[in-house]
Design a binder for this molecule. Sequence first.
Ligand code: FES
Length: 114
Amino acid sequence: MLNYAVIDESKIDFVEIAPAAELPTGERLFVDLGEKPIVIFNIAGQLFAIGDVCTHDDGPLGDGTLEGHNIVCPRHGAEFDVRTGQAVQMPAVVDIPAYPVQVRDGNIFVGIPK
Ligand code: FES
C-alpha cells in the first residue's frame, strides 16, 4: 500500500495534472494516471491526492463527503484521512494510497512511484 506521509523524491515521478486554477478551494478534481483513478482535493488552499477507490468494497471515495480532512465513503461510511490515506473509521481497515502534490509554475503535479 502506498503512503507518502514521508516523501522520498528519489522514488517518485511527478506528473503534471492541470493548471492550479482549475482546482479552487473547496473543489475536487478527478484524474486517471495510467490505471490509477485519483482524486485531488483543495482543502483551504492545500492540495491532497488519494486513490479514488475504497479499500472496503471499491466504493467511489471521491464522490463522498469531506469532514475536515477525512473523506467519507458514500457506500458504507468508512473514513480515510486524505493527508495520509489512513483508514480511520470502520468498515474499512486497509489504508488507501495517498500521493504527494506540488504546485509548480501554477500547475498541479502528483507524485507517482517510479
Ligand atoms: S465501499 Fe467504502 S465503506 Fe464500503
